[in-house]
Design a protein around this ligand. Structure first.
Ligand code: MN
Length: 435
């Protein structure tokens, strides 16, 4: 007897042949909220015995309802019970989950055909074995899908219930206060200066502590283009080991893939980081590369903090994707909303998602260097392009004020039309709040 741990929110697909007890299992675990194939057959046919001819239409209505519910704001798992009937494709639900940014958990009830027949004597041998074949085939397909985890249950009665496990991005119980740091890109010196200005002191273990218990939140892109990439990375890693938080930037993701031996193009400043890695003394190189790879792989796409009031993310996030994970969430959080075209400077053009944002949570992000950090519809970009000669910026939360350290020198050729702030910024000046 055990309790299942289920990511919340998520889409839970309960997959079992007729007679496997999948429907009763779904109802026992998730009550009337579970979407059941049989209920939909009854509803579309208007007949109590849920006739077979209503199957295909019922399945498509069920998928439509599941899609709408998946987009809804409920923090609970969305449970769908589905049967391996002819023409029923359960992988459609993994697609629905991915589009909505929900992990997909499959609970497959592997009950022998003879036991299904014992419970459903009206089913023929041909029908039960055909169902079993489709059950296994679809399970194979589901296992191949990204973001899908499959658990096969031989005895559903052994499951007593479930408890929710928050997604990695859900850190709402972290109340701060926080200091969020924009794109570092190897600007180690400026980072140390900024932490000092924010009031952090270095402890013996190399971690950074604040006398008022404030916590650092790094918004990603720790390396590339700048002069001291590995030092910046070491500082961030130590800070995180000591209780700081961090999200993954697009450069961090590329570095992770590079370290994992995947083929990546060495561009946009990655070369300088690779050079530093290759210059590491033998004996130090491998453990360090492994530690970095593990560190980057564990970083969440974004963080929901302070009871849901604050979102920390690298590239930005649409309201409907906050607190979700996988697929569209990861790409949006890392890259923002590229249009697929190039801008006048030859960089990927990014749509102005913040202009359309109307959510209640405040979003701090980086990624797109701007001359001046200012609130816009409860969003603020604090990447002031330090590596391009701008400034390294911090956002204080809940104060909602910014603080920045000007670049000590220009480390990378200017980025297209980005013009760094030329005046020395005012320390602690409140960022204007443009509703
Ligand atoms: Mn960046």
């Amino acid at each position: 007897m055990r309790e299942l741990e289920i990511p919340s929110p998520s889409l839970v697909l309960i997959w079992g042949c007729e007679g496997s007890g999948a429907g009763a299992f779904a109802e026992r675990l998730f009550g009337a909220r579970a979407l059941r194939a049989r209920t939909f057959r009854r509803a579309v046919s208007g007949e109590a015995d849920a006739p077979r001819w209503a199957g295909p239409f019922a399945a498509s209505v069920l998928a439509t309802v599941a899609e709408r519910r998946a987009r809804g704001a409920s923090g609970l798992p969305l449970a769908v019970e589905f049967e391996p009937w002819e023409g029923h494709d359960p992988t459609a639900f993994s697609t629905i989950a991915r589009r909505a940014g929900l992990p997909c958990r499959v609970l497959a009830l592997s009950v022998p055909a003879r036991r299904c027949r014992a419970r459903r004597p009206d089913l023929s041998v041909e029908e039960t074995s055909a169902q079993r074949k489709r059950f296994d085939q679809a399970l194979g397909e589901l296992r191949k899908r990204k973001g899908v985890s499959v658990e096969v249950l031989a005895h559903p009665d052994q499951i007593t219930g479930w408890r929710g496990r928050p997604l990695a991005c859900d850190r709402r119980d972290e109340r701060g206060p926080f200091d969020l740091i924009g794109d570092v890109h190897g600007c180690y010196e400026e980072l140390v200066l900024l932490l000092g200005q924010l009031g952090y002191t270095r402890d013996d273990a190399g971690g950074y502590q604040h006398p008022e218990g404030r916590r650092l939140v790094f918004l990603g892109d720790f390396t590339d283009r700048g002069p001291r990439n590995l030092d910046a990375l070491r500082l961030v890693m130590r800070a995180v080991a000591g209780g700081a938080l961090a999200v993954r930037g697009n450069h961090d993701d590329k570095l992770r893939r590079y370290l994992a031996g995947r083929k990546v193009s060495i561009s946009h400043g990655l070369q300088v980081t690779v050079d530093e890695l290759e210059a590491l003394p033998e004996g130090e190189a491998l453990p360090f590369r492994t530690a970095v790879e593990d560190f980057l792989a564990d970083l969440p796409s974004h963080l929901v903090l302070d009871g849901g009031d604050l979102v920390a993310v690298h590239g930005g996030l649409e309201e409907r994707l906050i607190g979700r994970e996988g697929g569209r969430v990861d790409s949006f959080a890392l890259y923002g909303d590229p249009s697929g075209k190039l801008d006048a400077d030859g960089y990927p053009e990014r749509r102005d998602w913040a202009q359309a944002y109307r959510g209640p949570a405040w979003i701090a992000y980086g990624h797109t260097p701007i001359g001046h950090a200012a609130w816009r519809h409860r969003t603020i970009c604090i990447d002031q392009g330090c590596v391009f000669g701008g400034a390294l910026s911090a956002l204080r939360w809940p104060e909602r004020t910014t603080l920045c350290v000007p670049a000590q020198s220009s480390h990378s050729p200017p980025r297209g039309s980005f013009r760094p702030l030329l005046l020395a910024p005012l320390a602690g000046a409140p960022a204007p709040d443009w509703p």
